[in-house]
Design a protein around this ligand. Structure first.
Ligand code: HXC
Length: 257
């Protein structure tokens, strides 16, 4: 498939989506949203794909929603279109998603990275929610996901001033899982994604769901949920294979079932 605003490739069991609107620093217009959703949904449903990497360019992961496309819309346009709510579909995809971020991840770009299950940052990455400087607030999850990721103090600081946070601060704050030199960003992201994709896909999907449940519910309910999922996984072929492989001192050969 060919897309207007993204490039898609496969490296073994890893699907890679590269945002590709270089002249607009990968600003997310409607076309980019539709392209990412179509490509990511196809990869998500593919049994041969065990992880998805979403990345941009050296200069920008994405500099936000497309301000030029959005600027003249009225309040009733936004409400009628339920503007950018379709991104929820991306956030809900169950294949583990890794954002590999170099350069700017601002506004909707930062929010898109936060929809992924983990973020790996180049030392050049800059994260921010500058919407307030445009007379609005974040609209793709920034006030919610940033607050859960970095806590109230830093979220307020970022969202009220619109300032950018560098990669080192982002790692210290818990927004990103690792910071690596810019020239090894993709190697690291592919290595992490490849590792995840070598696990049983349904088991990895359950792990994602269980971790995300920690954000949705009480500790007691979350622990109960985890225990039920843990028990249920003993009915999978991959649990039998994983534990047999350990006992037989060999590598597991998961069937993803
Ligand atoms: C549309 C954008 C854009 C954006 C950059 N461009 N960001 N176009 N929407 N978000 C375009 C510029 O207009 C310019 O086009 C080209 O990309 C290069 O950008 P420059 O500004 O010339 O580059 P530079 O000087 O290096 O500055 C980089 C930058 C700056 C600091 C990232 O571009 C910037 O501040 N961008 C906007 C960041 C932002 O406010 N994002 C939040 C958007 S609101 P031309 O044609 O002039 O060369 C949002 C809401 C989400 O995301 C909620 C949705 C529901």
């Amino acid at each position: 498939n060919s897309y207007e605003t993204i490039l898609v490739r496969r490296e073994g069991r890893v699907g890679v989506i590269t945002l590709n609107r270089p002249k607009a620093l990968n600003a997310l217009n409607m076309q980019a949203m539709n392209d990412v959703l179509a490509a990511a949904t196809e990869l998500d449903r593919d049994a041969e794909i065990g992880a998805i990497v979403l990345t941009g360019s050296e200069k920008a992961f994405a500099a936000g929603a497309d301000i030029k496309e959005m600027g003249s819309k009225t309040g009733s346009d936004m409400y009628r279109e339920d503007f950018f709510s379709e991104w929820d579909t991306f956030a809900r995809l169950r294949t583990p998603k890794i954002a590999a971020v170099a350069g700017y991840a601002l506004g909707g770009g930062c929010e898109l990275a936060m929809m992924c299950d983990l973020i790996i940052a180049a030392d050049t990455a800059k994260f921010g929610q500058p919407e307030i400087t445009l007379g609005v607030i974040p609209g793709m999850g920034g006030t919610q996901r940033m607050t859960r990721a970095v806590g109230k103090a830093k979220a307020m600081d970022l969202i009220l001033t619109g300032r950018q946070m560098d990669a080192e601060e982002a790692e210290r704050s818990g927004l990103v899982s690792r910071v690596v030199p810019a020239d090894s960003l993709m190697d690291t992201a592919l290595e992490v994604a490849g590792k995840i994709a070598s696990m049983s896909k349904p088991v990895a999907q359950h792990a994602v769901e269980a971790v995300n449940t920690a954000y949705e519910t009480t500790l007691a309910t979350g622990l109960q949920y985890e225990r039920r999922v843990f028990h249920g996984l003993f009915s999978t072929a991959d649990q039998k294979e994983g534990m047999a492989a350990f006992t037989e001192k060999r590598k597991p050969n998961f069937s993803h079932e």
